[in-house]
Design a binder for this molecule. Structure first.
Ligand SMILES: [Mg+2]
Length: 265
């Protein structure tokens, strides 16, 4: 094990595949957060999912015994809105392909959904995608609007298998426009930067815990964090052993990580 738990003062956790898997909450999750709080360790939750609002996540987290407030939940929608807020004035017209999560964050920053005048096209996962939406986004981008993606995940898992994610919508628009989007979610560092700033945490003393090598672990490494992979989500033990991307440590589950952390105080 190459994580020195004694040095860790903050943790950033992915949610799906780490805290829960679909509707099933994984073992000892609430106990882990009680431990983290008792140790005075800051925490944040980070997800590439741009469809749900912050309140939706806070409600679910609180419901399963995780005492997280809205500032502790960083979605790709939050990071995308922060990115736009740094580069475009409030009132800038945007065209949004996406759901409540991204719409709410951009509205809060004062961006106006207006396909006719859009200076920026923002694309997240949209379960109600239509040809009409792709057509409008394509025309905006071809007219010169900047092209931003909340996250690049091409697929995500459901009980039946893998289904299209935000990255698949970006690929369709890239094919239609010959423009490559600026993508915000993990493995880019914007979400980690937001989480670190909110926790007031130093990179080298922060641990990223995730289940996906290409997003959670690669992103954590790019952001200068320690990284822990858990095998309760998308990555198998075989993949973890042979993949180009290697976490600092691999654990069977969050419960396993917790047990080893507690034994190394
Ligand atoms: Mg995950």
């Amino acid at each position: 094990m190459s994580i020195d738990f004694k040095t860790i003062r903050a943790v950033i956790l992915d949610m799906d595949g780490v805290l829960w898997r679909g509707g099933e909450v994984l073992p000892r999750v609430a106990e882990f957060f009680a431990f983290v709080q008792q140790q005075g360790i800051a925490f944040a939750l980070a997800t590439n999912n741009s469809t749900k609002t912050i309140d939706t996540y806070v409600e679910r987290l609180n419901h399963i015994g995780i005492p997280a407030g809205p500032d502790q939940v960083v979605t790709s929608s939050v990071a995308t809105a922060a990115y736009l807020g740094q580069r475009y004035p409030a009132g800038t017209p945007v065209y949004i392909v996406g759901q409540d999560g991204i719409r709410e964050e951009l509205a809060q920053r004062g961006f106006v959904d207006d396909a006719e005048r859009a200076d920026v096209v923002v694309v997240g996962l949209d379960f109600h995608i239509t040809y009409e939406k792709l057509r409008t986004a394509t025309l905006c981008i071809r007219r010169g609007a900047d092209f931003i993606g909340t996250n690049g995940d091409r697929t995500f898992p459901v009980p039946e298998g893998l289904v299209p994610g935000a990255g698949s919508l970006l690929a369709a628009l890239e094919a239609a426009t010959d423009i490559t989007p600026k993508v915000i979610g993990k493995p880019e560092t914007a979400m980690f930067d937001v989480a670190l700033e909110r926790m007031g945490a130093a990179r080298e003393f922060t641990l990223m815990i995730g289940d996906r090598l290409e997003t959670d672990i690669l992103g954590g490494q790019r952001a200068g964090l320690r990284t822990a992979l858990v095998l309760t989500g998308i990555t198998t033990a075989d993949q973890a052993r042979t993949h180009d991307i290697q976490a600092d440590a691999v654990f069977e589950s969050l419960a396993d990580l917790y047990a080893q952390w507690e034994a190394n105080l």
